[in-house]
Design a protein around this ligand. Sequence first.
Ligand SMILES: [Zn+2]
Ligand SMILES: [Zn+2]
Length: 434
Amino acid sequence: MKLLIANGYFIDPTQGLNGGKNLLIENGRVAGLLSHSEGVPEGAEVFDATGLIVAPGFIDLHAHLREPGQEYRETIETGAAAAIAGGWTSVCAMPNTDPVNDNPAVTRFIIEQAERAGLANVFPIGAITKSSQGAELAEMGEMKRAGVVAVSDDGRPVPSAGVMRRAMEYARGFDLPVVDHCEDRSLTAGGVMHEGNWSLRLGLRGHPALAEEMDALRDIALAELTGARVHLAHVSTRGALEAVRRAKERDLNVTCEVAPQHWSLEDEAVRDYDTNTKMCPPLRSHDHVEAIIEALRDGTIDAIATDHAPHHADEKALEYDQAPFGITGLETAIGLAFERLVHNGVISLERLVELCSVNPARIFKLEGRGTLRPGAWGDVTLLDPELVWTFKASDSKSKSRNTPFDNWTMRGAAVATIVAGKLLYQRNEKLSAV
Ligand SMILES: [Zn+2]
Ligand SMILES: [Zn+2]
């Protein structure tokens, strides 16, 4: 099986590549870059990428695929379909399923379901503690052998510094990154939005920014103590970003990601009490959004991750106080990155590819991903920076519709997704493989 991606504009920062080439994928792997004059190799199918940017496949480090146990919100198949429709060739699945992915049986189940779906690659993330209860450490070694690429108690962050220390020491022994949702719950209890002027005006309990900053500082201190690889999930505050910046200056093993909602919307968006603006961490005030933009610009932020968190419409139909936290995000992330970051000159296209592909592969050590070097997996994301399109939640491939970006028009999109040399998604044209 050979696929030639022809006439595209290739951006691959791992090879310093920025220009017109053809890419040959053979038996699922990159065979090499060819010049246009070399023509079409015998037996190769051709994907004409004229006018498109061709990048190593995008990798989402943070998604909730809900299976096993919450299939009414999402399944691995529908989540993976939403991923490829959004330009993600790989998606990392958070462990807060039911049961929690805290043992190799659940890990293997997730991998099998993903293989059965045959869409995006799915890399499971294991729990840090058993049932993510924050007490007893999960079997990280067995989960790693079964296929987890990181550990996290996302959504239910480990409250005890002592437990987190032991978790980092343990994870380090297995070379697993520890991903933390930074939130000191003693400060956020009862809060449903960012604590600030808008929470006062709306009469809603707030999450102070300090709750994220304090946990980030704790994790960074523990990263230094233990030497573990620590990755901070969906960082949303000036203080936490400043802490990461200082950690990097000191060469600590600390990385972080940001989710598109946190640069696209501010806490003012909660004013209509639309529960699709309720997420954790919450939408922040202008000053924090500016800090995120600055951290994307200066390299403090390593990765863009969606924190795709599908919920059933009935759950989100509750009062603001009662509704669950979280929004879907796989299909809007790249459009929001173009719209608010690339076209506004905050980041270059090369940096977009680093944030969505090169760095995620490096942070979770995903072998043969995040690059189009010969021998790498033939995972490719094709981008059209100028395509103007409108996101319709009703057309989403996800089972859920909980998004604040319904009917948003954006300029720039992922338009085709190739996994292991197979064209699995092309905008406006669903292929038989899906
Ligand atoms: Zn989280
Ligand atoms: Zn999450």
